[in-house]
Ligand binder design. Structure first.
Ligand code: CP
Length: 362
């Protein structure tokens, strides 16, 4: 296992299964874990708002007997004076044992991981990745369905900016017989790099549809997402798309009796509160699971770091290009002038270079 968790693909299937088994053991035997992180400190560096991710990380560390430092609003830190992500990471490295970072710019946690010796966990970077939400989703699917193999997973809503969907597709693609139904308006389809690098590359069966009603009867999991106002360049475009899908009790009439509804939350109005009483609604159980899987992850990363786990590094120099500029508006290079623009040659895509921070194609 690597030192850091930046992308869900940093974990092998065996490592994910091990984290799920540890989380299950913590749920069954919480007292056995109450002092496992005594005298250890978690730094939560949240440059963007959060309720579930930050509070579940902090609860996780407290329940392991550890301490928490950090900020939930970067304007109260020296970030407001212009301090870079790299310098912040080098500073926090002096005080904490592990970092959980959320940032609106894509690639920021990766930059932090390149600049410190303690483990860095990506707690969500822009519309890019959110691997601990995916671990939460996987634990929930495992607890609710008892398996991953052979499931038909419908992802509905904002598949373009929905970072949780990108990480979930990457993780679930590894299990045999999983197929996806991608339900979104044309404007919010999954990004091209997710389609080519994750689904097409592995020959995963998937379809892209516009109608939730049409997809419903075939689904084992319905993963709803919010249309993310904060990622839109235009308010008018957000208002036009925000109510594309609203799940109601009536729409569930054609769903399987044992289907499960997940949502990373927060919801706005894409699941009516009338659905909450349905036993298939698993989204608040999913929130609870988030604490246990993050406890398992903190334990594992601290243990690995003590054993000298592999630090994040740049890809091999011969696969890099340093003469290209990333123009993606949400890339960390857009706000950090000193950060070098670097592109890597991708696996499985002939001659295609992608930004090492945000994965945007050159
Ligand atoms: N699911 C999730 O990331 O929620 P928060 O934004 O509240 O952390």
């Amino acid at each position: 296992m690597k030192k850091d968790l930046i992308d869900i693909l940093d974990l092998s299937t065996g490592e994910i299964d091990e984290l799920i088994a540890t989380a299950e053991d913590i749920i069954a035997n919480p007292d056995a874990y109450a002092e496992k992180c005594a005298r250890k400190k978690l730094a939560t560096l949240f440059y963007e708002p959060s309720t579930r991710t930050r509070l579940s990380f902090e609860s996780a560390m407290y329940e392991l007997g550890g301490h928490v430092i950090g900020f939930s609003d970067a304007t109260n830190s020296s970030v407001s004076k212009g301090e870079s992500v790299a310098d912040t990471a080098k500073t926090v490295n002096c005080f904490a044992d592990i970092i959980a970072m959320r940032h609106p710019k894509e690639g920021a946690p990766y930059v932090a991981s390149l600049n410190c010796s303690i483990p860095v966990i990506n707690a969500g970077d822009g519309g890019h990745n959110h691997p601990t939400q995916t671990l939460t989703d996987l634990l929930t699917i495992h607890r609710e369905m008892g398996r991953f193999e052979g499931l038909t997973v419908g992802c509905c809503g904002d598949l373009k900016f929905g970072r949780t969907v990108h990480s979930l597709l990457a993780a679930m693609s590894r299990y045999a017989g999983v197929r996806f139904v991608l339900i979104s308006p044309e404007e919010l389809r999954i990004p091209e790099h997710v389609r080519t690098e994750i689904l097409d590359k592995q020959g995963i069966e998937y379809s892209e549809v516009r109608s939730l009603e049409e997809a419903m009867p075939q689904l084992d999991i319905l993963y709803m997402t919010r249309v993310q106002r904060e990622r839109f360049a235009s308010e008018e475009e957000y208002l036009r798309l925000k109510d594309s899908y609203i799940l109601t009790p009536e729409k569930l009439l054609t769903a399987k009796a044992d289907m499960r509804i997940l949502h990373p939350l927060p919801r706005v109005n894409e699941i009516s509160v009338g659905v909450d009483a349905d036993e298939r609604a698993a989204y608040f159980r999913q929130v609870h699971n988030g604490k246990y899987i993050r406890m398992a992850l903190i334990l594992k990363l601290l243990e690995n770091n003590a054993k000298g786990a592999k630090k994040s590094t740049l890809p091999p120099e011969e696969t890099l290009r340093r003469d290209l500029k990333c123009s993606h508006g949400r890339c960390i290079t857009g706000i950090e002038q000193e950060l070098p623009h670097i592109f890597r040659l991708t696996d499985g895509e002939d001659g295609v270079y992608r930004c090492i921070y945000c994965d945007t194609k050159a």
